[in-house]
Structure formats: C-alpha cells, structure tokens
Design a protein around this ligand. Sequence first.
Ligand SMILES: Cc1cc2nc3c(=O)[nH]c(=O)nc-3n(C[C@H](O)[C@H](O)[C@H](O)COP(=O)(O)OP(=O)(O)OC[C@H]3O[C@@H](n4cnc5c(N)ncnc54)[C@H](O)[C@@H]3O)c2cc1C
Length: 414
Amino acid sequence: MASNSCKTVVIGGGQAGLAVSYHLGQHGCEHIILERHQVAERWRSQRWDTLAFQFPNWTLQLPGYVYQGPDPDGFAPRDEVVRFIEDYAAFIRAPLRCGTSVTALGQRPGSARFLVETEDGTIEAANVVVATGPYQCPAIPKALAGAMGSVFQLHSSHYRNPADLPPGAVLIVGSGASGCHIAEDLLPSGRRVYLAAGAHRPVPRRYRGRDFAFWEFALGEFDRTVEHRPPERVSPLLTGVNGGHDLNLRRLAQAGVVLLGRLINGEYDKLCLASDLGATVLRGDEWYTQFTNAVDEHVRQSGLDAPEDEDTQVRLPDPREVSTPILELDLRAAGITSVIWASGFRYDFGWVQVPVFSAVGAGQTSAPIHQRGITQAPGLYFVGLPWLSKRKSSLLAGVGEDAAFIANHIKLRT
Ligand SMILES: Cc1cc2nc3c(=O)[nH]c(=O)nc-3n(C[C@H](O)[C@H](O)[C@H](O)COP(=O)(O)OP(=O)(O)OC[C@H]3O[C@@H](n4cnc5c(N)ncnc54)[C@H](O)[C@@H]3O)c2cc1C
C-alpha cells in the first residue's frame, strides 16, 4: 500500500470541500481534496430528476464565484446546479482526487498527525477537513419499514422519477421538502398519492413582490447564529420547480394528494396514523403567518417599497381529510405498491476514529463536537454541517463564510 503525506486533506468534493479549497489556495496552503465519486456527487446521484434549486439563481454563489447566467431570478434545475459546482471546481483549479474513498480517519497513538486511510493507501496529514455533507445516510424508522410487508420501499434520496416505481398507488412518509416535492412530482403520472405528514413549515415562494430568499436575507434569518437557533428544527418548505411556486399540504390536498397524519405503527400491511393532521396543517399556517408578519414589520420599519399582497395561503380551503382524518390504512386495499421514505437523513461518521463525538444513546446518531467547525483534536475540522455556525452554514450561498474561517485557522497553524 502506498503511503504519502500532505499538509491538509479535505474529504469531500461538494460545495463545502471546494469552498475550503478556495480559501486554502488563497492562503497558499498545500492541500488535496479526496472525493469518493465525482464533484457534486450528491446533486448527481441523490436528487430526483425534476428537482430545481430552492433559492433563486442569484443565490448561486461560492467564494470568488457568482452566478453569471441570464436568469438571476430563475431556479436552476438539478443538472445546472451540478454544472455550477463543476465549473467552480475548474475555476478554482481544485486539487481533486476523485474516485478516492476515505475508509478511515485516525491518529497514531501519541502523534498529533492524522492518518487518512483510502483504498489506494494512507495519507498522513497535519490537518483534515471533513466535508462529507449534512445529509449522509437515509434515516428510515426500522420498525415502521418492517410493517410495510412486501411493498416496494425506497428512501427519497434514491427516488428519481415516477417510472422507477411499480404501477399502483404510492405512500410517502414525511412532509418536509422531499416528501412534498415528490408528491407533486408523482401527481402528473396519474398515480394516487398518500402522504403521511409530520413536521411541515410552508412559506410563500414570493411575498410582497419579492422571493422568500430576499426576505430571509433582509430579516437576517440566514445569518441567525447557532446560539439563537429556534427550538423547533423544521426547515422552510420551498420549491423552484417550474419557475417556483408555493408548495404545502393545503395545495397538495387540492391537487388530489390524500393527506394522512403521522405514521405511528403498523403490522402486516395495515398502518395506524395519528389524528394530528389538522394540528399539523394549522401549525403550518402559524409558521406561514409568522413569516409574513415578520416581513410586514420589516417593511414598516425600513420603509421599503413593497406593496401588500392580497392572496395569502391562509385563505385556501381546508383539505377535506383534515376534518375527516384517516386513522387506519390497509396498503393492499388502497392499492399501495410503493412506499417512499421522506423521513430525513442521519450522520455516518463511524469511519472517523478520533474522539471528537458526543456520546449518544441507542439508536441515536453521534455528532461531532466543535466550535464553528473546530474540534478538540488540533487540526481536525468539520464544515458544511447544518448550523455549524449559522442557519446558512449548510447552504450553497452560506458555506463560504465557515470555509473562510476554517481555512484561516489552518493557515495560522502552519
Ligand atoms: C432534496 C434536497 C434538496 C436540496 N436543495 C437545496 C437547495 O435548493 N439549495 C441549497 O443550498 N441546498 C439544498 N440542499 C442541501 C444541499 O444539497 C446540501 O446542503 C449540499 O449538498 C451540501 O454540500 P456539502 O459539500 O456540504 O456536502 P455534499 O454535497 O454532501 O458533498 C459531500 C461529498 O463528500 C463525498 N464523500 C462522502 N463521504 C466520503 C468519503 N468517506 N470519502 C470521500 N468522499 C466522501 C460525497 O461523495 C460528496 O460528494 C438540498 C438537500 C436535499 C436533500
């Protein structure tokens, strides 16, 4: 096995790894990026065909590089996001080694240097930046998955398009961005779609003449620091598909999706649903109104020219199922042949054998302990994780700030 060394190894060739690379390059710090597949791999292989960037193209910006295309207010389709990140890698001449999977990261006893194990050999490094993404592994509740009998099951990150599913109705579990997007994607294929809703935070795509992203910047929400992280950790629900529009449970119900409450348990194809759908929808309305109220207040205080909107989501009718909830669902009787788990992601840092993780209980995922990406092991960093320092830390438009901070810390160590 070959052995070599490099001052700094960055693991992961997504937006976070590349942003760190840009700043390391600016400081003249020697480094390489190890990427197990290709640049922007998640956008290539773990996003469905019709997905579009959820924020306007003017937010496509990484350090030293901003969107230059003809449609700043449009929403880039998945493949354009891939191209943007690819172009960025070329622009910054990123020192990439693609096709190199890191299998373990450790330290020799008594040594502060890191051993980065790959299938091609070991690389010794003084610094390691782990940039392997915020959404690493599908999180699927095992007991519930076991209740689905022989029905075809897949996680949202493996969904591509309706044609990949066996004929028949589809049950989606989860009402965050993935669940609601996929429900909308399935409808034109004529399938009956059931959606078991959990947390749900709809926001208007546009409000008072401007995009949601504009207001989030104006309200300082993207810059909200981790110390002020809200207790309810629900991401806003947005879509950039077909030029961008509102997406929420009320609209999905109007379009024909059968809404259900939270999936509680089940056995032999028979599922039990909570009677919480009405509360979920109403909580969504509250989120929505909280946002519009905050914008109204901002406009009032700043004197910004932003005429009031007449059409608000709250005026949409209640979905029928809210008043007559379905509490039991027989998969066979409903003709459901596929279940899509839009139930989120978990970390998978099992390969990092440096003691910088929080102790966790059974079934929980261990997370790195850090201050703005800096761990207690000198020279070991994480970047791109949700709320690393701010709300925008894991977003394409936001990762650059953390990347600059970490690259600067590395420069000062060398
Ligand atoms: C459905 C969905 C839609 C989204 N839409 C948006 C959006 O519109 N706007 C937005 O800003 N964000 C969006 N996000 C979030 C965004 O995709 C991620 O935050 C982004 O991909 C994070 O970039 P990253 O570089 O931190 O990590 P990733 O993109 O996950 O990159 C990590 C890289 O590390 C590589 N890697 C992992 N393990 C190893 C290893 N052991 N060895 C070597 N390489 C490894 C992976 O192959 C990957 O290329 C969305 C997320 C999802 C799930």
